[in-house]
Design a protein around this ligand. Structure first.
Ligand code: ZN
Length: 113
C-alpha cells in the first residue's frame, strides 16, 4: 500500500470485475470486494440516469417505476470505456449509461433495504 492510500483510504472507489445479465433480465455485478449485486430489471430500469428519463435542467425524473413496463428486461450490455456500462432494455430503451459510481450508489441503496 502506498503513502497516498494511507492518507486517503476512502478515495478509492470499488469497481466491478464482472458484469452480466441474469435469467430474469436483471443486471449482475461482481465487485472488487468479492460481493455480488443483483439489480432487479424493473428497479434498475426505473433508475435510468439518461436525459430521456431525467430532465437535464431540473433533475426531475420523468420515467420511473410508474412508466416502466412491469416485465421489462435487460437484453444486453455494452461496456463504455472503463467507467460505465450501457444497457439495452426490452422496452427499446438503449440510451441509459450506468457509471460504476452510479451502480455503487445503487448498491448502497439496496443495502439499506
Ligand atoms: Zn433512460
Amino acid at each position: 500500500m502506498g503513502l497516498l492510500d494511507r492518507i486517503k483510504p476512502q478515495e478509492k472507489k470499488l469497481r466491478p470485475v464482472d458484469l452480466g445479465v441474469d435469467g430474469q433480465g436483471g443486471l449482475t455485478v461482481r465487485w472488487e470486494d468479492g460481493r455480488q449485486t443483483v439489480f432487479a430489471p424493473k428497479w434498475l430500469r426505473a433508475r435510468c440516469p439518461c436525459a430521456g428519463c431525467v430532465e437535464e435542467w431540473t433533475g426531475k425524473r420523468t420515467v420511473g417505476e410508474a412508466q416502466v413496463p412491469e416485465d421489462v428486461k435487460c437484453r444486453g450490455l455494452h461496456q463504455v470505456g472503463n467507467y460505465a456500462v450501457q444497457l439495452d432494455w426490452s422496452d427499446s430503451h438503449t440510451t441509459g449509461i450506468f457509471s460504476w459510481d452510479y451502480l455503487l450508489e445503487l448498491r448502497g441503496e439496496l443495502d439499506k433495504k
